[in-house]
Design a protein around this ligand. Sequence first.
Ligand code: 6R9
Length: 675
Amino acid sequence: MADNQGVVVEAHEIETFRKNAFRSLSCDILKLRLTLRATEPPQKMFASLEEYQKLYKESITEPNKFWGRTARELLTWTRDFETVSAGSLAEGDVKWFVEGQLNACYNAVDRHAYKDPNRVAIIYEADEVDEGRNVTYSELLRDVSKVAWVLKQAGIKKGDTVAIYMPMIPEAVVAILACVRIGAVHSVVFAGFSADALRDRVIDAKSRFVITSDEGKRGGKFIGTKKIVDDALKQCPDVSNVLVYRRTGADINMVPGRDLWWHEEVEKWPSYIAPEPMNSEDPLFLLYTSGSTGKPKGVMHTTAGYLLGAALTGKYVFDIHDGDRYFCGGDVGWITGHTYVVYSPLLLGVATVVFEGTPAYPNFSRYWDIIEKHNITQFYVAPTALRLLKRAGDEHVRGNFKYLRTLGSVGEPIAAEVWKWYYEIVGKESAHVVDTYWQTETGSNVITPLAGVTPMKPGSASLPFFGIEPSIIDPVSGEELHGNNVEGVLAFKQAWPSIARTVYGSHKRYLDTYLHVYKGYYFTGDGAARDHEGFYWIRGRVDDVVNVSGHRLSTAEIEAALIEHHAVAEAAVVGVSDELTGQAVNAFVAIKDGNEATDALRKELVLQVRKSIGPFAAPKAVYIIGDLPKTRSGKIMRRILRKVLAGEEDQLGDVSTLSDPSVVDKIIATVHASK
Ligand code: 6R9
């Protein structure tokens, strides 16, 4: 009964939505572009860069006009807004679409479910090949509603925070959307974090409810998710309930009165619950990210602005169209998974792949098999995965990718030779590579090519997205460097809708980290160059900059030089203090199978950097190691390398985010052996 009532009410709403929300975008480049339907054969789509420039100009000179229009076009509102933007970067009180009301889940699910109930929302690709399934938009609406009921009945109210500690399964998406359906704030913690890390995040966010699974399964291995939650919660007395999804059927401990089985609870509740209308600036989620120092920051995003950033970048950067099948390999535990596994594709009503496994299981063809099997139209992954797959060999890249139009890269600079491999071997020179630069704090892509539009330059994130006004600042003088051919640190001059609004519990930290470093600007923490054509090249975090005899060197640049050498699989460069030159470059390299760690190779590598950048950049020491210390999201933890080199192995700090903590001991041994 409750079902039907809900549907009737919503069917009424959907009429308004049909009339307003899906009006085709007027005056935009999508219209001019050769839009591809998924059912048509792929074509090259290089449309007009001038159209981008025209729209970009509008987004900078008349931001309220641009964002007001796109917000009404792409999102469905239960109450319209009058004020498009308010506040300023200088004051740290940015607001968007002030009087508006909307619900994120309604926008991501309901409106598509009513229009086309059987449309696929989630393509679940399980760890084991062929164990997956599809979830339609109407099934998603039902599943989300039931879990939303469970939360509500457990006393979770609008504004409460819910921790989600789940593997990459459709239920992780269901959990996220169930929260936002009732106005709760989700705080997803990557399901590879340790119990201590989870505990800290649950406590900091004041989460009262945790959603998890009995176990996870990745690359053929089982992960004791619920056990980790149990350990974490020993020191979290404020958590009243844990909802447990049965993924593997493992025998786990259920705490009476606290723990609830997902499958038992959802049986009790109707398949519809009305979405809670939320104010534009109500918090949508917290996501913890590490800064260069101290404890992780709970970056807070609010509702309308974040959703608009996710939808608009999906449409323009990835060229998402009705009927597409979008595959982002990121985990929902990171911002890439939030924005591009969940929100962006679902807001645009297309199918999103939820991939539980790894690119190496059961073999190195897994990604490519998924792309072929599901006729994937957009694929999005981090360079670290591409390096792994490139290293594995081209013979693994098999299949017919006839629908593939956009290849995305995210998370770190992509070296030109990896970019080339992606474009030629994966994309068969017919898909557009988009090297998307952005951060947890920016919410969605900020410097990026637009698929089908922006000319590609291997290794450059290219041009700013709408509303982003990049500035290159001289870090010494703090002055903005105007014109082309400049290099410095990257900041943004005006606020955009999906900028993070605060660090949970510490607005001062937010101001100090991002807005007060260069007053009036948002400071990214990255170094960047603007080349002779106005294209941007991200150099990496400025905390990774090395200064040798007054030469400011980017670790990323030296690393790119090193991996040009045929024997090198991956490289990490750090600065160590040096009596003579201030800092010296030390390089750690992982070599490809079949190569030996010899002195001759070390010499060749030094020569390679001298040749590629200049003698001043030559590493003073090259350490050849089995594997680099990487976080589970693939970022190299250079901090650990720096500490080992400084002889401060006892002060490594938090290594809980490392994907394989055992690499640390091997690195220490290698460094000691060479001293
Ligand atoms: C989305 C994400 C943010 C940091 C960022 C920068 C690096 C991200 C990049 C890139 C070069 C790209 N980064 N994308 N560097 N080119 N296309 O990764 O968010 O985890 O918060 O990391 O990642 O250094 O500052 P997050």
